[in-house]
Design a protein around this ligand. Structure first.
Ligand SMILES: [Zn+2]
Ligand SMILES: [Zn+2]
Length: 281
């Protein structure tokens, strides 16, 4: 069974996220360890790391993942953006190492004018550099599947196998599958048969063992629309069954299933209740 969780605000300090997640009955959570809309971040202070550990120990949270800043584009063909992105990702890796977080979810990026082949090579070089610059650190980078709009990488699972091959399947490279993004990118998962086909494609391109996080979101837009519009579970185009199949899929035992559904309407409470209901069914 997967662990149930959602994206939790770390406003007022990262340690505060635990009590918010506990209040919702989460088993896992995703946070931003810093203001994700700024390039600059300050280092983690020792007291802050200690407070984070203490709060974690007292909480029911089994797994924490970080989502990297949306500004980061390690595929960029612009030298300055690329340099800033690589530095920001290294900072985030160090922050997570200090906080005891093992996994960072990262959008693979985009190359405005370049061919995807070049952009994928740049992503691989950026990650290679990161792994070399942070030796002894086990923090993984989870590249996230995207809706495939415009020049964004990661709409096609084959992009990830190209990167994996270039990095010789380094143990620090792993993946996050977003159900809404994958569906918008054209992958079906609505029936038991299409779900199984989808998982076998994941296995073929990246290996199910390399999936360390799921983003569980329904999708407002139709399959293959390439439009990234998250919906409440069961209320979008993906519907009920895919989430029920996923939540009970033993190939992903212990992997966090993180909600990034809208905060309006049934909100986190409603979507978490949906996950609890379908899990074990
Ligand atoms: Zn994301
Ligand atoms: Zn999205």
């Amino acid at each position: 069974m997967l662990l149930i969780g959602t994206h939790i605000s770390a406003a007022g300090g990262v340690a505060r996220a635990f009590s918010r997640a506990d209040a919702l009955g989460c088993e896992a959570m995703q946070i931003f360890t810093r203001n994700q809309l700024q390039w600059q971040s300050r280092p983690v202070l020792l007291e802050e790391a200690r407070g984070f550990y203490d709060a974690w120990q007292k909480s029911g949270i089994k797994c924490v993942v970080s989502h990297a800043s949306y500004l980061i584009n390690i595929a960029s063909s612009d030298a300055e953006v690329l340099e800033k992105s690589r530095r920001a990702l290294r900072d985030e890796t160090e922050r997570c190492y200090q906080l005891g977080i093992n996994d960072i979810v990262l959008h693979p990026g985009f190359a405005k004018d370049g061919a995807p082949e070049n952009a994928l090579k740049t992503v691989s070089e950026s990650l290679q550099l990161l792994f070399e610059e942070t030796p002894g650190c086990k923090v993984r980078i989870l590249l996230e599947t995207m809706a495939g709009q415009g020049s964004a990488l990661g709409g096609d699972l084959s992009h990830f196998s190209v990167i994996g091959d270039m990095l010789h399947w380094n143990r620090r490279l792993a993946f996050c599958i977003d159900t809404c993004h994958a569906f918008a990118a054209g992958y079906d998962m609505r029936s038991p048969e299409s779900y199984e086909r989808f998982i076998s494609l994941i296995d073929k391109h990246i290996g199910t063992d390399n999936v360390y996080c799921w983003h569980v979101n329904d999708c407002k837009s139709i399959k293959g629309s390439r439009l990234d519009r998250h919906a409440h579970l069961g209320e979008g185009q993906i519907g009920h069954q895919a989430f029920s199949l996923l939540m009970n899929d033993e190939r992903f035992d212990g992997v966090p299933a993180i909600l990034e559904t809208p905060k309006d309407g049934i909100g986190d409470e409603g979507n978490l209740a949906f996950l609890r209901k379908v899990r074990g069914q």
